[in-house]
Write a protein that binds this ligand. Structure first.
Ligand code: NAD
Length: 286
Protein backbone atom coordinates (compact mmCIF):
# COMPACT_ATOMS: atom_id res chain seq x y z
CA UNK A 1 0.00 0.00 0.00
CA UNK A 2 1.37 3.41 -0.92
CA UNK A 3 2.03 6.04 1.72
CA UNK A 4 -0.19 9.08 1.25
CA UNK A 5 -0.72 12.40 3.00
CA UNK A 6 -3.32 10.68 5.14
CA UNK A 7 -1.35 7.62 6.20
CA UNK A 8 -1.45 7.22 9.98
CA UNK A 9 1.53 6.27 12.10
CA UNK A 10 2.05 3.72 14.87
CA UNK A 11 5.29 2.63 16.45
CA UNK A 12 7.32 0.60 18.89
CA UNK A 13 9.53 2.39 21.43
CA UNK A 14 12.32 0.87 23.54
CA UNK A 15 15.91 -0.23 23.05
CA UNK A 16 17.03 -2.34 21.30
CA UNK A 17 14.18 -2.70 18.79
CA UNK A 18 16.02 -3.70 15.60
CA UNK A 19 15.28 -7.40 16.14
CA UNK A 20 11.54 -6.85 16.75
CA UNK A 21 9.01 -8.74 14.65
CA UNK A 22 6.25 -6.21 15.47
CA UNK A 23 6.70 -3.86 12.45
CA UNK A 24 6.48 -6.75 9.97
CA UNK A 25 3.48 -8.34 11.73
CA UNK A 26 1.46 -5.12 12.09
CA UNK A 27 2.26 -3.72 8.60
CA UNK A 28 1.26 -7.06 7.07
CA UNK A 29 -2.03 -6.86 9.02
CA UNK A 30 -2.69 -3.29 7.77
CA UNK A 31 -2.10 -4.50 4.22
CA UNK A 32 -4.51 -7.43 4.54
CA UNK A 33 -7.18 -5.27 6.17
CA UNK A 34 -6.58 -2.38 3.74
CA UNK A 35 -5.90 0.05 6.59
CA UNK A 36 -3.95 3.21 5.71
CA UNK A 37 -1.39 2.97 8.53
CA UNK A 38 2.33 2.24 8.91
CA UNK A 39 4.16 0.90 11.96
CA UNK A 40 7.83 1.72 12.64
CA UNK A 41 10.31 0.84 15.39
CA UNK A 42 12.04 3.70 17.23
CA UNK A 43 15.17 3.06 19.31
CA UNK A 44 14.43 5.04 22.48
CA UNK A 45 16.65 4.97 25.60
CA UNK A 46 14.76 5.13 28.88
CA UNK A 47 15.69 8.80 29.53
CA UNK A 48 13.98 9.79 26.27
CA UNK A 49 10.67 8.08 27.15
CA UNK A 50 8.85 11.33 27.94
CA UNK A 51 10.04 12.89 24.65
CA UNK A 52 8.85 9.79 22.78
CA UNK A 53 5.40 10.00 24.42
CA UNK A 54 5.24 13.69 23.48
CA UNK A 55 6.02 12.68 19.88
CA UNK A 56 3.01 10.31 20.00
CA UNK A 57 0.91 13.35 20.91
CA UNK A 58 2.53 15.77 18.43
CA UNK A 59 2.24 13.38 15.48
CA UNK A 60 -1.20 12.22 16.64
CA UNK A 61 0.02 8.63 16.38
CA UNK A 62 -2.74 6.03 16.42
CA UNK A 63 -0.93 3.96 19.02
CA UNK A 64 1.96 1.61 19.49
CA UNK A 65 3.93 -0.69 21.70
CA UNK A 66 6.55 -0.29 24.39
CA UNK A 67 9.39 -2.63 25.16
CA UNK A 68 12.26 -2.61 27.67
CA UNK A 69 13.64 -0.41 29.12
CA UNK A 70 10.69 2.02 28.69
CA UNK A 71 7.79 -0.18 29.92
CA UNK A 72 7.74 1.18 33.48
CA UNK A 73 8.71 4.77 32.68
CA UNK A 74 6.04 5.22 29.99
CA UNK A 75 3.25 4.60 32.52
CA UNK A 76 4.14 7.96 34.17
CA UNK A 77 3.22 9.91 31.03
CA UNK A 78 -0.09 8.31 30.08
CA UNK A 79 -3.39 10.18 30.56
CA UNK A 80 -5.04 6.99 31.75
CA UNK A 81 -3.98 3.43 32.62
CA UNK A 82 -5.86 0.13 32.25
CA UNK A 83 -6.47 -1.71 35.54
CA UNK A 84 -3.64 -4.19 34.77
CA UNK A 85 -1.18 -1.39 33.89
CA UNK A 86 -2.12 0.53 37.02
CA UNK A 87 -1.55 -2.51 39.25
CA UNK A 88 1.69 -3.54 37.52
CA UNK A 89 2.99 0.01 36.95
CA UNK A 90 4.02 -0.73 33.35
CA UNK A 91 2.65 -0.57 29.80
CA UNK A 92 3.47 -2.40 26.59
CA UNK A 93 0.67 -0.77 24.57
CA UNK A 94 -0.28 2.86 23.93
CA UNK A 95 -3.75 3.65 22.61
CA UNK A 96 -4.63 7.10 21.24
CA UNK A 97 -8.29 7.57 22.05
CA UNK A 98 -9.31 10.93 20.52
CA UNK A 99 -6.06 12.54 21.63
CA UNK A 100 -6.03 10.90 25.07
CA UNK A 101 -3.15 8.40 25.57
CA UNK A 102 -4.18 5.23 27.39
CA UNK A 103 -1.56 2.77 28.61
CA UNK A 104 -2.29 -0.94 28.73
CA UNK A 105 -0.32 -4.16 29.15
CA UNK A 106 -1.23 -7.13 27.01
CA UNK A 107 1.25 -9.85 28.09
CA UNK A 108 -1.25 -11.25 30.60
CA UNK A 109 -4.17 -10.74 28.19
CA UNK A 110 -2.18 -12.66 25.56
CA UNK A 111 -1.61 -15.52 28.00
CA UNK A 112 -5.30 -15.71 28.94
CA UNK A 113 -6.39 -15.47 25.27
CA UNK A 114 -3.96 -18.24 24.34
CA UNK A 115 -5.52 -20.43 27.05
CA UNK A 116 -8.96 -19.66 25.62
CA UNK A 117 -7.87 -20.45 22.06
CA UNK A 118 -6.75 -23.82 23.46
CA UNK A 119 -10.11 -24.44 25.12
CA UNK A 120 -9.18 -23.40 28.68
CA UNK A 121 -11.09 -20.67 30.54
CA UNK A 122 -9.21 -19.09 33.49
CA UNK A 123 -12.46 -18.10 35.23
CA UNK A 124 -13.00 -20.02 38.48
CA UNK A 125 -9.72 -21.93 38.12
CA UNK A 126 -6.84 -22.41 40.53
CA UNK A 127 -3.41 -21.72 39.05
CA UNK A 128 0.02 -22.54 40.39
CA UNK A 129 2.56 -20.26 38.73
CA UNK A 130 6.33 -20.33 39.03
CA UNK A 131 8.03 -16.97 38.53
CA UNK A 132 7.75 -13.35 39.62
CA UNK A 133 9.40 -11.42 36.80
CA UNK A 134 7.79 -9.35 34.04
CA UNK A 135 5.92 -12.17 32.31
CA UNK A 136 4.82 -13.86 35.56
CA UNK A 137 3.51 -10.63 37.15
CA UNK A 138 1.47 -9.75 34.05
CA UNK A 139 -0.10 -13.23 34.01
CA UNK A 140 -0.84 -13.21 37.76
CA UNK A 141 -2.58 -9.81 37.63
CA UNK A 142 -4.56 -10.59 34.45
CA UNK A 143 -5.61 -14.03 35.74
CA UNK A 144 -6.93 -12.38 38.92
CA UNK A 145 -8.75 -9.64 36.94
CA UNK A 146 -10.25 -12.31 34.65
CA UNK A 147 -11.74 -14.30 37.51
CA UNK A 148 -9.19 -16.93 38.55
CA UNK A 149 -10.35 -18.39 41.88
CA UNK A 150 -6.93 -18.91 43.42
CA UNK A 151 -3.31 -18.22 42.46
CA UNK A 152 -0.32 -19.83 44.17
CA UNK A 153 2.93 -18.12 43.26
CA UNK A 154 6.29 -19.83 43.70
CA UNK A 155 9.65 -18.10 43.30
CA UNK A 156 13.25 -18.38 44.38
CA UNK A 157 14.26 -16.18 47.30
CA UNK A 158 16.03 -13.85 44.86
CA UNK A 159 15.40 -10.16 44.04
CA UNK A 160 12.09 -11.09 42.38
CA UNK A 161 10.62 -12.51 45.61
CA UNK A 162 10.02 -9.02 47.01
CA UNK A 163 8.33 -8.02 43.73
CA UNK A 164 6.05 -11.04 44.14
CA UNK A 165 5.15 -9.92 47.69
CA UNK A 166 4.04 -6.56 46.25
CA UNK A 167 2.02 -8.30 43.52
CA UNK A 168 0.26 -10.42 46.16
CA UNK A 169 -0.62 -7.31 48.18
CA UNK A 170 -1.91 -5.49 45.06
CA UNK A 171 -4.07 -8.43 43.94
CA UNK A 172 -5.50 -8.81 47.46
CA UNK A 173 -6.40 -5.11 47.46
CA UNK A 174 -7.69 -4.79 43.88
CA UNK A 175 -9.29 -8.22 43.40
CA UNK A 176 -10.33 -9.32 46.90
CA UNK A 177 -12.29 -12.34 45.61
CA UNK A 178 -9.12 -13.98 44.31
CA UNK A 179 -7.13 -16.00 46.87
CA UNK A 180 -3.42 -15.39 46.29
CA UNK A 181 -0.42 -16.79 48.14
CA UNK A 182 3.35 -16.71 47.74
CA UNK A 183 5.76 -19.57 48.50
CA UNK A 184 9.44 -20.41 48.14
CA UNK A 185 9.97 -22.53 45.01
CA UNK A 186 12.61 -24.57 46.88
CA UNK A 187 9.83 -25.81 49.20
CA UNK A 188 8.98 -28.65 46.80
CA UNK A 189 6.58 -30.33 49.24
CA UNK A 190 4.32 -27.25 49.20
CA UNK A 191 4.84 -26.79 45.44
CA UNK A 192 3.62 -30.32 44.71
CA UNK A 193 0.74 -30.01 47.19
CA UNK A 194 -0.44 -26.78 45.51
CA UNK A 195 -0.15 -28.35 42.05
CA UNK A 196 -2.28 -31.28 43.27
CA UNK A 197 -5.20 -28.90 43.92
CA UNK A 198 -4.65 -26.73 40.83
CA UNK A 199 -6.29 -26.78 37.40
CA UNK A 200 -3.40 -25.00 35.67
CA UNK A 201 0.37 -25.08 36.20
CA UNK A 202 2.45 -22.32 34.62
CA UNK A 203 6.17 -21.85 34.28
CA UNK A 204 7.12 -18.17 33.94
CA UNK A 205 10.75 -18.46 35.09
CA UNK A 206 13.85 -18.58 32.91
CA UNK A 207 14.05 -22.35 33.48
CA UNK A 208 13.46 -24.11 30.15
CA UNK A 209 15.18 -21.51 27.97
CA UNK A 210 18.90 -21.34 27.22
CA UNK A 211 21.15 -21.88 29.20
CA UNK A 212 18.55 -23.77 31.29
CA UNK A 213 17.03 -25.65 28.33
CA UNK A 214 17.65 -29.11 29.83
CA UNK A 215 16.14 -28.09 33.16
CA UNK A 216 12.68 -28.07 34.70
CA UNK A 217 11.32 -26.77 38.00
CA UNK A 218 9.20 -29.94 38.27
CA UNK A 219 11.55 -32.79 39.12
CA UNK A 220 8.83 -35.21 40.27
CA UNK A 221 6.79 -35.90 37.12
CA UNK A 222 4.18 -37.86 39.10
CA UNK A 223 2.51 -34.47 39.79
CA UNK A 224 1.40 -34.38 36.13
CA UNK A 225 -2.23 -35.64 36.40
CA UNK A 226 -4.18 -36.05 33.17
CA UNK A 227 -6.61 -33.26 34.13
CA UNK A 228 -3.83 -30.73 34.85
CA UNK A 229 -3.24 -28.10 32.14
CA UNK A 230 0.50 -27.42 31.94
CA UNK A 231 1.62 -24.15 30.34
CA UNK A 232 4.96 -22.47 29.73
CA UNK A 233 5.75 -18.88 28.75
CA UNK A 234 9.11 -19.92 27.32
CA UNK A 235 8.76 -20.15 23.52
CA UNK A 236 12.34 -20.96 22.57
CA UNK A 237 12.54 -23.96 22.57
CA UNK A 238 8.93 -24.43 21.43
CA UNK A 239 8.61 -27.35 23.87
CA UNK A 240 10.52 -27.00 27.14
CA UNK A 241 11.57 -30.00 29.21
CA UNK A 242 8.59 -29.34 31.53
CA UNK A 243 6.17 -29.32 28.57
CA UNK A 244 7.69 -32.54 27.14
CA UNK A 245 7.47 -34.29 30.54
CA UNK A 246 3.86 -33.17 31.02
CA UNK A 247 2.92 -34.19 27.48
CA UNK A 248 4.39 -37.64 28.06
CA UNK A 249 2.29 -37.94 31.23
CA UNK A 250 -0.87 -37.18 29.20
CA UNK A 251 -1.51 -33.57 30.32
CA UNK A 252 -2.93 -30.90 28.06
CA UNK A 253 0.09 -28.70 27.32
CA UNK A 254 0.26 -25.12 26.03
CA UNK A 255 3.62 -23.55 25.08
CA UNK A 256 4.67 -19.88 25.10
CA UNK A 257 4.47 -19.10 21.38
CA UNK A 258 0.73 -18.50 21.47
CA UNK A 259 1.12 -15.97 24.30
CA UNK A 260 3.66 -14.09 22.17
CA UNK A 261 1.26 -14.01 19.22
CA UNK A 262 -1.84 -13.10 21.23
CA UNK A 263 -0.22 -10.27 23.24
CA UNK A 264 0.27 -8.65 19.81
CA UNK A 265 -3.24 -9.57 18.69
CA UNK A 266 -4.69 -8.01 21.85
CA UNK A 267 -2.59 -4.83 21.39
CA UNK A 268 -3.78 -4.55 17.77
CA UNK A 269 -7.40 -4.86 18.90
CA UNK A 270 -6.85 -2.09 21.46
CA UNK A 271 -5.25 0.50 19.17
CA UNK A 272 -7.01 -0.38 15.87
CA UNK A 273 -10.40 -1.35 17.38
CA UNK A 274 -10.62 -4.42 15.12
CA UNK A 275 -9.26 -7.98 15.11
CA UNK A 276 -5.87 -8.70 13.58
CA UNK A 277 -6.02 -11.23 10.72
CA UNK A 278 -4.65 -13.90 13.10
CA UNK A 279 -4.64 -16.88 10.75
CA UNK A 280 -2.71 -15.03 8.02
CA UNK A 281 -0.24 -13.60 10.55
CA UNK A 282 0.20 -17.03 12.15
CA UNK A 283 0.81 -18.66 8.78
CA UNK A 284 3.43 -16.08 7.78
CA UNK A 285 5.27 -15.39 11.03
CA UNK A 286 4.59 -18.15 13.60
P1 NAD B 1 12.43 -11.72 34.29
O1 NAD B 1 13.92 -11.55 34.25
O2 NAD B 1 11.57 -10.54 34.54
O3 NAD B 1 12.07 -12.84 35.40
C1 NAD B 1 12.87 -13.99 35.56
C2 NAD B 1 12.18 -14.99 36.47
O4 NAD B 1 12.93 -16.22 36.44
C3 NAD B 1 12.14 -14.56 37.94
O5 NAD B 1 10.95 -15.06 38.54
C4 NAD B 1 13.35 -15.27 38.55
O6 NAD B 1 13.23 -15.48 39.94
C5 NAD B 1 13.28 -16.59 37.78
N1 NAD B 1 14.56 -17.29 37.75
C6 NAD B 1 15.75 -16.82 37.29
N2 NAD B 1 16.71 -17.77 37.44
C7 NAD B 1 16.10 -18.84 38.00
C8 NAD B 1 16.55 -20.13 38.40
N3 NAD B 1 17.83 -20.51 38.26
N4 NAD B 1 15.63 -21.00 38.94
C9 NAD B 1 14.31 -20.63 39.09
N5 NAD B 1 13.85 -19.42 38.74
C10 NAD B 1 14.73 -18.55 38.20
O7 NAD B 1 12.05 -12.43 32.92
P2 NAD B 1 10.68 -12.34 32.11
O8 NAD B 1 10.73 -11.18 31.20
O9 NAD B 1 9.53 -12.49 33.04
O10 NAD B 1 10.82 -13.65 31.20
C11 NAD B 1 10.70 -14.96 31.75
C12 NAD B 1 10.54 -15.95 30.60
O11 NAD B 1 9.32 -15.66 29.92
C13 NAD B 1 11.62 -15.85 29.53
O12 NAD B 1 11.92 -17.16 29.10
C14 NAD B 1 10.98 -15.07 28.41
O13 NAD B 1 11.49 -15.42 27.14
C15 NAD B 1 9.54 -15.53 28.54
N6 NAD B 1 8.54 -14.56 28.04
C16 NAD B 1 7.61 -15.02 27.18
C17 NAD B 1 6.63 -14.19 26.70
C18 NAD B 1 5.62 -14.72 25.74
O14 NAD B 1 4.91 -13.91 25.13
N7 NAD B 1 5.50 -16.02 25.59
C19 NAD B 1 6.59 -12.84 27.13
C20 NAD B 1 7.56 -12.38 28.02
C21 NAD B 1 8.54 -13.26 28.47
Amino acid sequence: MEISGRTGLLGLIGSPVGHSGSPAMYNYSFEILDLDYKYLAFDIPVEKTEDAVNAFRTFNMKGGNVTMPCKGEVAKYMDELSPASRIIGACNTIINKDGKLIGDITDGKGYVRNLKENGVDIKGKKMTIMGAGGAATAIQVQAALDGAREISIFNKKDAFFEKAQKTVESIKKEVPDCIVNLFDIDDTETLYAEIATSDILTNATLIGMKPYDNETNIKDTSVFRKDLVVTDVVYNPIKTKMILDAEEAGCKVIGGKGMLLYQGVEAFKLFMECEMPVEEVKAKYY
